[in-house]
Design a protein. Structure first.
Length: 283
């Protein structure tokens, strides 16, 4: 499904929502989701937030009908609970959520490393989706991978897809074991891109460019190339080939980057290390 079509369907689903969405934790990722829901047309009156240290922006939404730290009896039907707290506080936070769960409520966890089994042990008998968004969600350009337990209905899955698509594209998997590799690739991936940008800027400065100019050229080259890749029907390998003239300057650089100890084997080792660490953290 194209991203624009998915976003349009998500907007319709959220605009017609009858129950409430309860957001637990409004840090960077939780706030990004909240902003995305509002952009897609979810009414503040359909949102409740549990957050001990709300931002002024969230407090301002109370005047538009958002409920902040409400008691359970003030909420009525809750369609979904989105858990966006830090994973280390999960053992204390999850049992307190049981009071908010109805028979039709789906729980969506974006806590890194917390498995479906962990979540099911804390919230027995509940429909649960585990999701891994990434940092570009903050600007509505993230990518989220989600996996559901067997209790999630088709309608609940569609609702969760709409909620997650508010911050970017959404992919679903059936095998939760893949989530460690997902974490290593897309979850940690923005840091790799930022490091590439740093390295390009440093290399440009080493080649004689003024430091500020090198940083600007590196940043705009990476972001511009990303936009080209996103909008082009061609894959990354074809785009790379299209910009590489035989015997030219790009080819000289790629001889280094694509050599025996070049970028591809280095990236394989990096993602393998991140995957292994994710498995260890998940227990």
């Amino acid at each position: 499904m194209a991203a624009s079509a998915s976003t349009a369907e998500g907007a319709r689903a959220l605009a017609n929502l009858s129950g409430r969405i309860l957001l637990v934790g409004a840090g960077k990722m939780g706030s990004a989701l909240l902003e995305g829901w509002l952009r897609l047309g979810l009414r503040p009156t359909n949102i409740a937030v549990l957050e001990p240290q709300p931002t002024r922006e969230i407090e301002a939404l109370v005047e538009r009908g958002l409920q902040l730290n409400p008691p359970r009896d003030a909420l009525g039907e809750i369609a979904a609970v989105v858990v966006a707290v830090k994973p280390q506080v999960a053992p204390a936070a999850l049992p307190a959520l049981i009071q908010f769960l109805g028979t039709a409520t789906v729980v969506v966890s974006i806590m890194a490393g917390r498995t479906l089994r962990f979540l099911e042990d804390a919230l027995p008998g509940v429909a649960i989706v585990r999701a891994m968004p990434n940092m570009p969600a903050a600007v509505g350009r993230g990518i989220t991978v989600a996996v559901a337990n067997v209790r999630v209905s088709e309608n609940q899955r569609e609702l969760v897809h709409a909620l997650l698509s508010a911050v970017g594209a959404v992919e679903w998997i059936d095998d939760e074991m893949l989530m460690d590799a997902v974490t290593a690739l897309s979850g940690s991936g923005p840091a790799y891109v930022f490091l590439l940008t740093e390295a390009m800027a440093q290399a440009g400065a080493a080649a004689g460019l003024p430091t500020a100019l090198a940083a600007t050229l590196a940043r705009d080259t990476v972001t511009g190339s990303g936009e080209l890749l996103r909008g082009s029907p061609l894959d990354a390998a074809t785009l790379r080939q299209n910009v590489t003239s035989p015997g030219g300057t790009t080819a000289a650089a790629l001889d280094v980057l694509m050599g025996k100890d070049g970028l591809a084997p280095l990236m394989r080792r990096a993602i393998a290390a991140a995957t292994a660490r994710s498995r260890k953290l998940a227990g």
